[in-house]
Design a protein around this ligand. Structure first.
Ligand SMILES: O=C(O)COP(=O)(O)O
Ligand SMILES: [Mg+2]
Length: 225
């Protein structure tokens, strides 16, 4: 049976958002009097949502000031990150090759499309609009839409419900273990792209149906299965 829907991850799958996320991370670290981190290291903290990213940044850098009241320090860091990311969001992020072609091909195959990202709602629709991607999607499920984030299956199950498709007819496409684990737990098929973040690990170790080189390649795979 052909796929009725594709559930697309955002960061590391459709858009390289690391330059903006690293700028916001480093602006936050500087504001707290902490040393900056290279973009490649920030990339390994992306994928489980913004609070996780901020916690990992602090874990790496905040060895002294944060010890007295870690919860207050975390709230201070999170507020600073959110403020800086509002200023950076979309500024340097770029689409990966084959994204537009792939989304168009999936739509032409009659597939419904949804975004399922761990990025918070306050950043996601504005970013999709800035990059000209908003018109392709029937629904957008963000990191704070459901009670749980990926790797929990809830956001993927919620997207299937919104789209009115059975999980067995849905295809998730992502760049990390969070997408792969969520998809397996939800009972949806899943493809991985190799150019994203995956917390610094190899995508070849992921439990996925296939690794595809681009979203265009994913559309081709969906048409053949
Ligand atoms: O915000 C994140 O941590 C990553 O978002 P993603 O789910 O689109 O990869
Ligand atoms: Mg991702």
């Amino acid at each position: 049976m052909p796929f009725a829907a594709a559930l697309l991850d955002l960061d590391g799958t459709l858009l390289n958002t690391i330059p903006d996320l690293a700028d916001a991370s480093n602006a936050m670290l500087a504001e707290l009097g902490l040393e900056e981190l290279p973009q490649e290291q920030v990339a390994t903290y992306v994928g489980k949502g913004t609070p996780h990213l901020v916690a990992r940044l602090l874990q790496e850098r905040d060895t002294e000031a944060g010890r007295a009241d870690p919860q207050a320090r975390f709230q201070q860091a999170l507020a600073a990150f959110l403020r800086h990311y509002h200023a950076c969001n979309g500024r340097r992020a770029v689409l990966y090759p084959g994204v537009v072609e792939g989304l168009q091909a999936m739509r032409a195959q009659g597939m419904k499309l949804a975004i399922v990202t761990n990025k918070p709602t306050e950043f996601t629709p504005p970013l999709l609009r800035m990059k000209g991607l908003d018109a392709y999607f029937d629904h957008v499920v963000c990191g704070d839409t459901c009670a749980e984030k990926k790797p929990h299956p809830m956001p993927l199950l919620h997207a299937c419900e919104l789209l009115g498709v059975q999980t067995a007819q849905a295809l998730a496409i992502g760049d990390s273990l969070n997408d792969a684990q969520a998809a397996r737990a939800a009972g949806v098929h899943v493809l991985a792209v190799p150019y994203g973040y995956n917390e610094g690990a190899s995508v070849h170790d992921l439990d996925v149906d296939a690794i595809v080189s681009s979203i265009e390649d994913a559309a081709r795979w969906a048409g053949e299965h």
